[in-house]
Design a protein. Structure first.
Length: 84
């Protein structure tokens, strides 16, 4: 957490993240990841300390033009909304 972050900042960030997660770009991104398969397993492994499967999925995603464009757009929207 960034130094000087207030409870109001956290609430705002949560609202922004929620809005981004519901965006059409995020939904399409999740669709692509789900088509690759193994999303839940990779996320669980990452949460348990082994991010290799998740990193591999993201590498494949970023190598596709559509995936890279989606990630870029979501990142720009997050930055515009004040997330770092």
């Amino acid at each position: 957490m960034k130094k000087g972050t207030t409870a109001a900042d956290l609430v705002k960030n949560r609202e922004v993240i929620s809005k981004l997660a519901k965006s059409s770009d995020a939904q399409k991104l999740m669709s692509i990841l789900n088509q690759q398969g193994g999303v839940k397993e990779a996320a669980k492994a990452a949460a348990d300390g082994d991010p290799s499967a998740l990193m591999s999925m993201m590498d494949r995603l970023m190598r596709s033009q559509e995936g890279a464009e989606l990630v870029d757009r979501i990142g720009r929207k997050a930055k515009e909304a004040g997330l770092e």
